[in-house]
Design a binder for this molecule. Structure first.
Ligand code: SF4
Length: 87
């Protein structure tokens, strides 16, 4: 965990969130299972790109507690288990 790692710019975070939200809605707002959600959060907790204070991923700037729920989102560093039944 690195509290001091720089976040993307506000504009870039808005772009990233808007893109993820649009895909999530377009696919019918599917969420991961509770088990996969916990696994994703556990992966973030030990990731050097996780800012625990802000609860954000410093690579994409997203709030991980929301991003991790959405089945259509991916870890920008490819650290989450793949969701095989993406639509
Ligand atoms: S989304 Fe990926 S890169 Fe970002 S904090 Fe979580 S595991 Fe790390």
């Amino acid at each position: 965990m690195n509290k001091n790692k720089k976040m993307p710019s506000i504009l870039q975070m808005i772009k990233n969130f808007s893109r993820d939200l649009a895909i999530y809605i377009a696919k019918g707002s599917p969420n991961v299972t509770e088990e996969d959600y916990k696994e994703r959060l556990e992966t973030c907790e030990v990731c050097p790109s996780f800012n625990k204070h802000a609860m954000r991923c410093t690579t994409c700037g997203c709030l991980v507690e929301h991003k991790a729920k959405w089945k259509t989102t991916v870890c920008p560093e490819d650290k989450w288990k793949e969701q095989n039944d993406k639509e």
